[in-house]
Ligand binder design. Sequence first.
Ligand code: 5GP
Ligand code: ZN
Length: 117
Amino acid sequence: MAERSDCIFCRIVAGEIPADVVHEDEHTVAFRDLDPKAPVHVLVIPRRHIASISDAADTDAAVMGALLLAARDVAAVEGVAEGGYRLVVNTGAAANQTVHHVHVHVMGGRDMRWPPG
Ligand code: 5GP
Ligand code: ZN
């Protein structure tokens, strides 16, 4: 799906809303969360609008794989790969997904609890 003017993350991809971008590639853009919940808190998103994991099609395999590989690279560049980090993809209402454009939270720099709340 093309950019959606009502989607805040599509507008970040389009450069219409500023963001602290830390990584970009063919399929993804990664930028710091506006309201970080860990010393490292970066969001990795597909350039193309996909509302949630549940809305991904089988033909989105390349972009969905690129999200995880970009998250790997972000963790390395941000210096949390060695100590460990958490990837979170909130999906749907019960998980409190608030932005309906797929995003992988890359969180690190502190100890993570299990299970998450
Ligand atoms: P969700 O709750 O949907 O998994 O996470 C959405 C995340 O997007 C939140 O952590 C929130 O702080 C972040 N966020 C929402 N709007 C913006 C924005 O305009 N810029 C940035 N950098 N992060 C945002
Ligand atoms: Zn979007």
